[in-house]
Design a protein around this ligand. Structure first.
Ligand SMILES: NC(=O)c1ccc[n+]([C@@H]2O[C@H](COP(=O)([O-])OP(=O)(O)OC[C@H]3O[C@@H](n4cnc5c(N)ncnc54)[C@H](OP(=O)(O)O)[C@@H]3O)[C@@H](O)[C@H]2O)c1
Length: 298
């Protein structure tokens, strides 16, 4: 077993992504201390030998390195700096790696908060969804010092197959904003294409074949075919978080003096879908909204 594999690692945020990422760390021999707002979601990991901490702060004291995989900036803020937050409990010189999708200025703010406590910080959001998270095939988009990245590289390699060092703190989440802007619009464009094609009397199978077999659709859309065909949208990536990501891309654009008209429009379409009860479905349910297949869950 590698030397790093005996390191004690903290992991906070055991949702769709975090639970699978943490499981891969354990598979690679890392000793885990975990916390999640909803404790039940830790049960699988505890059965595999992870230790439970009663508060985020209780995770921090005993670990060499701490990962967070949380929903949004508010969740990161409360876990890091709220009552019993972990940041004040981390030992000087240890490393916090935030894998949550948050906006870049928030990442830079967290880097400052960490630095003020002699804690090192990397923003390391991921590209890839539930399946790649389970398979250890995520792409990490990392912002921060190369030496800090080198330190946690074996752990990122336990969870991912590609690691991109984008630059200083905030550049990992900057790249993530750009990636998800394309993800949202690619899905929306595909849904519109399918809806129009079928309204024009084109065969659905033919549309799938032509759109997914050629260069016009984003490559990831092929992975959504089964959900669209089956009309079942169990979340790999909850629509509510893509809506959140578009909101954050808008914040980043405002802060940097650029405009994103198509992204803003897409944000409102996903927001409407969320309002109509699709927030917890996979974001590909945007097709359901446009197609009129409004068979919403009870
Ligand atoms: N799913 C994907 O395909 C995917 C892909 C790339 C990136 N991401 C990003 O990864 C992050 C996690 O996504 P996910 O899909 O794993 O979402 P998820 O299943 O909804 O998990 C969200 C996590 O955040 C915690 N959380 C939410 N609000 C909180 C609060 N106010 N205080 C404390 N904890 C809070 C949740 O705790 P509870 O369990 O108590 O609710 C849970 O641990 C998000 O930033 C998302 O945008 C997701």
């Amino acid at each position: 077993m590698a030397k790093e594999a005996r390191m004690k690692v903290g992991f906070l945020g055991l949702g769709i992504m975090g639970s699978r990422m943490a499981a891969n760390l354990m598979k690679h021999g890392y000793e885990l201390v975990v916390f999640n707002r909803t404790p039940q979601k830790a049960e699988g990991l505890l059965q595999q030998g992870a230790a439970w901490a009663e508060t985020p702060r209780a995770v921090a004291g005993g670990v060499d390195l701490l990962f967070t995989m949380l929903a949004h900036p508010e969740a990161v803020q409360v876990m890091a700096l709220g009552p019993n937050g972990f940041l004040d409990g981390m030992k000087a010189g240890t490393l916090w790696i935030d894998c949550s999708t948050v906006h870049p200025s928030f990442s830079r703010q967290m880097a400052e908060e960490a630095k003020a406590r002699q804690v090192r910080f990397l923003d390391a959001p991921v590209a890839g969804t539930k399946g790649p998270a389970a398979a250890g095939q995520l792409t990490f988009l990392v912002g921060g010092d190369a030496s800090d990245l080198a330190e946690c590289q074996p752990m990122l390699e336990a969870m991912g197959s590609r690691i991109v060092h984008a630059g200083v703190n905030g550049q990992g989440t900057s790249l993530k904003m750009v990636v998800n802007l394309l993800l949202a619009q690619g899905m929306l464009a595909f849904a519109e294409g399918m809806v129009l094609g079928q309204a024009l009397g084109l065969d659905r199978e033919l549309l799938f074949q032509v759109l997914l077999g050629g260069p016009v659709a984003s490559p990831f859309t092929a992975s959504k075919r089964e959900k669209i065909e089956g009309g079942e949208y169990e979340a790999d990536f909850p629509l509510r978080w893509l809506h959140k990501d578009l909101q954050m891309a808008g914040i980043a654009a405002y802060e940097h003096g650029v405009v994103l008209p198509a992204t803003s429009l897409a944000k409102e379409v996903y927001g409407l879908a969320a309002r109509l009860g699709m927030a917890d479905l996979d974001f590909s349910a945007i097709y359901r909204l446009l197609s009129g297949e409004m068979n919403l869950p009870e």
